[in-house]
Design a protein around this ligand. Structure first.
Ligand code: NAD
Length: 350
């Protein structure tokens, strides 16, 4: 009863969207969700963000931001209704228990439990409330490990996902959830878009604490190191990846949502680089003189790169910005965080 009252009070001050398109962004307190909310607002949407935590690095641009745990079906039910009891035009499901290799290599059960519950709850509520169109954020981590053993020649073409053999439980959960969303499209006629993101990076993302990914972690290490010092890199450093700047990721999401393409697409860069070369790029950007020391640590698959043939064919568009441009901006932002924040000592490093 008290919960119902609080919920009713919460809505008293919310301006009711009438003519605007409406979007629900799950995971809006996170990196990609925070940027997506800004973009949707620029496009004129009325946006509700929901997350278990507030945005860490900026003030949300959402019209309404609800703090809630999406593992709880009751919370999912509440967030799916607009104040006027109508359903949202669009839902973007980005909430997940997630992190870089240091995190996902050590939290299998939590990742599978938490992210699967979020997805099961949210798609069911989206069906129940009749949300018009749904976007689900999958990952390049679904691709089979055996296709990513050669660092110079990984295969991440969309139709190589099966027979499935991801190297992490994080990847298996993403694959399960892809199938979950596709089942809802098939059985209930829901309008669903799915993208597999490849290492998205940029300002206002996690940069310390254990969940950060390579571009932010390397930027932090370089920013913290004294000139003439050494930074540690997990693995031999010859493992390859590609990294996509956040603005192009958001552009890809919006283009996919606005299209009638229902096949799963990669959203990633195809500029492949070794982790040691990425570290060298960051060192060069910093202007410091630093050495690299490769140390044992979780490094994931040997090679991964976005195959962009299908997205070019389907959307007549693919990311094209040079990695260096995004890394310049990301390093500047992380350096500023290092210099101005009192973040706790780091539990994991990359
Ligand atoms: P992020 O961790 O910054 O954002 C995820 C958000 O989900 C966080 O703010 C977190 O608090 C929220 N969340 C977690 N559990 C929740 C719960 N129980 N209830 C409500 N909210 C909860 O990660 P991101 O980089 O913004 O990633 C967004 C999505 O894209 C995720 O689904 C992720 O798996 C996927 N993805 C990201 C990348 C990448 O490189 N960033 C790559 C592939 C896939």
């Amino acid at each position: 009863m008290l919960k119902k009252l609080l919920f009713a009070l919460l809505f008293v001050n919310i301006t009711y969207p009438t003519m605007q398109k409406t979007a629900l962004v799950c995971g809006a307190g996170g990196f990609i969700g925070g940027h997506l909310v800004k973009r949707l607002k620029e496009e004129g949407y009325w946006v509700r963000g929901v997350d278990i935590k507030a945005c860490e690095f900026c003030t949300t641009a959402a019209d309404d931001f609800m703090i809630g745990d999406l593992r709880d079906p009751q919370v999912c039910k509440k967030v799916c209704y607009l104040p006027n009891n109508q359903s949202f035009d669009e839902m973007y499901q980005l909430a997940a228990d997630m992190g870089g290799m240091g995190y996902i290599s050590q939290h299998d059960a939590a990742i599978m439990h938490n992210s699967a519950l979020i997805n099961i709850n949210m798609i069911e509520q989206a069906r129940y409330t009749g949300i018009g169109k749904v976007f689900y954020s999958s990952s390049a981590c679904i691709y089979p490990e055996h296709n990513q053993l050669d660092p110079n020649n990984p295969n991440c073409v969309e139709n190589s996902a099966y027979p499935a053999a991801p190297d992490t439980e994080y990847g298996w959960e993403k694959l399960f959830s892809e199938r979950l969303y596709k089942s809802y499209a098939r059985d209930y006629g829901m309008d669903i878009r799915i993208a597999r993101f490849h290492n998205i990076f940029g300002p206002e993302g996690t940069w310390c604490g254990g969940r950060e990914k390579a571009p932010a972690a390397l930027s932090r290490k370089v920013a913290e190191a004294p000139n003439g010092g050494t930074i540690e890199i997990w693995g031999k450093g010859d493992q390859t990846r590609s990294f996509l700047y956040i603005d192009e990721c958001i552009e890809g999401i919006r283009r996919l949502m606005n299209s009638d393409v229902t096949t799963v697409l990669n959203i990633g860069s195809d500029e492949m680089i070794t982790i040691n070369d990425l570290a060298k790029m960051v060192i060069e950007i910093s202007g410091k003189n630093l050495s690299i020391k490769n140390v044992p640590g979780p490094e994931g698959v040997r090679g991964r790169n976005s195959d962009n043939n299908l997205i070019k064919q389907k959307l007549n568009w693919a990311p094209s910005q040079a990695l260096r441009i995004g890394m310049n901006k990301t390093f500047a932002w992380v350096k500023n965080q290092v210099e101005t924040s009192s973040a706790p000592a780091l539990a994991y490093t990359h």
